[in-house]
Design a protein around this ligand. Structure first.
Ligand code: ATP
Length: 209
């Protein structure tokens, strides 16, 4: 069973890595695939070239068993639609491998406005990462979509390739790439918010100044 976390990773930080590990441990995933996106669909474009963002992800997970980087979105010329990524993963991994698409509860709130949400939710399970003790606000159409698919039993995920939705509480880390970029621009050190190896690349390449 494979977990997928997409993002701009500009830069990757412990907010991505620890929460992904929480999900990996809770759901006994074999692997977390970090998929840096080329062009964002739902947000402003990353300022850092794809190759450097990829290098930072590679540095972050070097020698971390169970974490892999997947550059397929960077090789595509077009915007990074999740449905295309999942279809491409299915071609590679086959129809049977359970896939778990990780997303924050804020992303899930907008999920029905994504491109082909129903197909996404069939091709993969959705794992919604939540804050402990904070229920996600869900509007009626989303609730209608959620109810027939929701499960609280992680073992159910491994019996089907996709189609389920599970809420998973994760460690709360108030870290964002936006804040890290602002700190660097301001001359403040972001050390201990992200792996040292990533910080080294930021310094070498004079990113975010
Ligand atoms: P930015 O500040 O530039 O918007 P970001 O820090 O949110 O970036 P992204 O690469 O856009 O990072 O995020 C990829 C995914 O990781 C998103 O689903 C996002 O919700 C999640 N994520 C980012 N930071 C955290 C965090 N501190 N805790 C949990 N999830 C996070």
């Amino acid at each position: 069973m494979i977990g997928i976390l997409g993002g701009t990773f500009d830069p990757i930080h412990f907010g991505h890595l620890r929460t992904a590990l929480d999900v990996k441990l809770a759901l006994k995933l074999d692997e977390i695939r970090l998929i840096p996106l080329r062009q964002a669909v739902h947000r402003e474009q990353p300022g850092t070239p794809a190759e450097l963002r990829l290098r930072m992800v590679e540095a972050a997970i070097s020698n971390k068993p169970g974490f892999v980087v997947d550059a397929r979105e960077l090789r595509r010329e077009t915007a990074s639609f999740t449905i295309d990524t999942l279809l491409s993963l299915r071609e590679e991994l086959g129809e049977e491998e359970p896939l778990c698409l990780l997303m924050g509860s804020d992303a899930f709130n907008d999920f029905l406005s994504w491109h082909r949400p129903l197909d996404i939710a069939t091709l993969a399970h959705l794992i919604i990462m939540t804050r402990p003790g904070q229920p996600t606000k869900i509007d009626p159409p989303l609730q209608q979509f959620l109810t027939p698919r929701q499960t609280t039993d992680p073992t159910e995920l491994s019996t089907e390739p996709g189609g389920r939705i599970l809420f998973q509480t994760v460690t709360q880390l108030d870290i964002s790439a936006t804040r890290i970029r602002a700190m660097v621009a301001n001359g403040d050190s972001p050390r201990f918010l992200l792996p040292d190896a990533v910080l080294e690349i930021i310094e070498q390449e004079k990113l975010y100044l």
